[in-house]
Design a binder for this molecule. Structure first.
Ligand code: MN
Length: 226
């Protein structure tokens, strides 16, 4: 029997809508620049394909609760995203195999310390300080549903004013392609969450702001920055 040197940390979890079950989070992968209009607003070349980065599993913040304003930034940005939650794994999957792994979908916000991310980009340094900080992944309950996501709108408001709006259909890599491409780089497993990228309109938020996000057919989230 395993005995730990100290009590092991609790497994991060996300509620499952309409169920007493919770979804155990293994890893969080994120896609960068998966909507052309957002790639352009970030100064990217839209001929470059999307790419992956990661957050630690314990970055999830199951809602409702307040989200702490993080340390070391004066330019925290919101990025509303569709999140795919996996119930199975594999590697080198076809898009058809990949989409069969979907347990359900959630609405997430990829909180970003844009100033630290920009400094890292300028120096060719890693993005963790900008992207993978504590509580950087507020997320709604997961709606259990298989297959591709509903092809609706995705939008976010701050203090009631709309800031971001896009269409899930506008993703450069669709969900099946995102999961298949991720599986070429990592062995995926049940419990993995994939943030699938944000539409245009990202911008700063400050303490006291109320953030509300919707992915039509998937759910909504809201939180206040404390
Ligand atoms: Mn993002």
């Amino acid at each position: 029997m395993t005995t730990y040197a100290f009590p092991p940390p609790a497994l991060p979890t996300v509620p499952v809508e309409g169920s007493s079950d919770v979804f155990p989070v293994r890893r969080i992968l994120c896609v960068g620049r998966n909507y052309a209009a957002h790639a352009r607003e970030m100064g990217g070349d839209t001929r470059d394909p999307p790419f992956f980065f990661a957050k630690p599993a314990d970055a999830v913040v199951p809602l409702p609760t307040t989200v702490p304003y993080p340390s070391a930034t004066s330019d925290l940005h919101h990025e509303i995203e569709l999140v795919a939650a996996l119930k199975g794994g594999g590697e080198n999957l076809t898009p058809e195999q990949a989409i069969a792994l979907v347990f359900g979908y959630a609405v997430g916000v990829d909180l970003t310390r844009r100033d630290l991310q920009g400094a890292a980009k300028a120096k060719g340094q890693p993005w963790e300080a900008g992207k993978a900080f504590d509580a950087s992944a507020p997320i709604s309950a997961i709606r259990s549903m298989g297959g591709p996501p509903p092809q609706g709108a995705i939008f976010l408001s701050v203090n009631g004013e709309e800031r971001q709006r896009g269409q899930i259909a506008d993703m450069i890599w669709n969900v099946a392609e995102v999961i298949a491409k991720a599986s070429q780089l990592w062995r995926l497993e049940a419990g993995d969450l994939i943030f699938t990228g944000t539409p245009e309109g990202v911008g700063p938020i400050v303490r006291g702001d109320r953030i509300e996000g919707v992915v039509e057919g998937v759910g909504q989230l809201s939180f206040t920055l404390a």
